[in-house]
Design a protein around this ligand. Sequence first.
Ligand code: AGP
Length: 625
Amino acid sequence: MCGIVGYVGQRPVQEILLAGLEKLEYRGYDSAGVSVLAEGEIASVRAVGNLSKLRAAVLRSDGDAAQPQSAPVATIARPATIGIGHTRWATHGRVTEQNAHPHFDTSDRVHVVVNGIVENYLALKTRLRDMGADFTSETDAEVIAHLVSHHMARGSLVEAVRAAYAELRGHYAFVAMSADEPETLVGARKECPLIVGRGDGEQFLASAVPAFLAHTRDVQFIENEEIVIVRPDGVEFETPDGSPIEREITTVDWDESTAEKGGYETFMLKEIHEQADAVAETIADRTLRDDGVDLAEAGLDESLFEGVERILILAAGTSFHAGLIGRYAIEEWARLPVEMDIASEWRYRNPIVSERELVIGITQSGETADTLAAMRLARECGAKVLAVTNVVGSQATRDADGVLYTRAGLEVSVAAAKTFVCQVAAMYLLALRLAELRGTLPAERIAELVAEIRRLPARIAELIVSLDGTIQAAAERHADSDFYLYLGRHVGRAVALEGALKLKEISYIATDAYAGGEMKHGPIALLDESTPVVCIATDMPVLDKMISNMQEVRARGAHVIAVATEGDDRIAAQAEEVIYVPRTDWMLQALLAVIPLQLFAYYVARKRGLNVDQPRNLAKTVTVE
Ligand code: AGP
């Protein structure tokens, strides 16, 4: 996720912004920039790469004689005491200096830093362009600078932000600064976090507390759908239509490492809690139409899908499980045959693949050696290759004919959680788009699925909050078990595989995961009274079959922990424990069903006192062939 920092006060702002951005490095970024305001002018410096590049560029522009001036870097004015900074994790547009923030309007009088996604940016961009705005980047964020500037023709910065906010759709937080109001920053929050740090004669704005923790521990949390006006002598909170809001000051006692984790005890737990936001970013501007999905974005030319007779999905680990859910969705909705293999197996199979096939390589890092090698091999054989990845500019994006980004933001925890749910969401979008192009679903069914996909973020958020205590208690009860079996059928099998992988990789407990129908062909011999068996029994066409499998498990005295759909009263009679997830379309239910299993693995591992963020023997990216 991108990082925002803003400052207004009495001290030189450059170092405060740079040091603040450095404290946000853990969030991941590919480029960065700062804008500062002094003597009625805004100066801006942006750089691709790590913050040392930005620091060097700021020094050069600040007149360091030791460094040659590099055009086209603007001059950073020394006396500036107000400014904004940003670290960007690319989602719309490539990793370039032009696409880095801050973005500015045509007259260079309004600068903004933005996190998140503006869903209706294309319509706004067209309108603003027709009115004379000169766009200089490929980003959705730049529309906010032009829009605020447009509204400033009739009012103050805060009035312009209010007017802009009313027109923007999406999921974002931004801070705006105008050369005409040298003592004011205005921030707006819609879903994405933004926090005020209170000082004496100075104030801070940031997307996360570490950015200003060295200066103050007094914070004011900006709630969803609020605007803040920040000046050296105080901060005003208001609703988007300008009604004032009272907000108390909270003193945080976090150390730096807790602050980086947003107050959570580990990155994994923080990232599990970020899943609603992450999925919202994945689907945002791709589900604007009620009657379908739009994937035509940088790098994804839909001619890739023309003439495709078969799809082959290749991946590793958790990404393989996301692919398995995607396979069921593509076959169910788009009626295209889909084969799957583990990348490290397929590449050594002397594989048969042709130009009539679309190969989808799923890799959150975009750098997994086996997946990359398999994608390259498929391409050499003439197949078209689509990469589904989280990292803009990663090797997978360079080795593919098209890219579908998952937009989960940086995941620090080795165990994949938010990148997984975003991969699944991206695969749902792809499956639905293919169904639309191939005419395999009635219009009403597509509309129904789009509506359900849009509701996923809210359902994820609700699920995590409501289940946390229940799952902690279940984990307490079962943390000492030394073997678990996970069972699922159809799409529930992918959920079982992922739940079992999460448990084994962070708790080091032996787990096995099987298709329910396979149980009696061997694994049933493992069961006794001491075995917890996690059964995925959410709504799906083969639920009755799954219920039979649960009965077989119980007949051996094993302990069934079922994951079921809210409102399904058949499951409680078949299980010792039931964890309910909100009802949605049965195919989408798979994404929701994984979340309690992530939490379960997490709390079991914590109960066993393990370091979940860095499990033994595992690396975040497996790049060695
Ligand atoms: C899962 O928690 C692991 N991090 C691992 O299985 C991972 O999914 C696998 O190594 C593939 O990584 P990739 O998505 O970056 O290619």
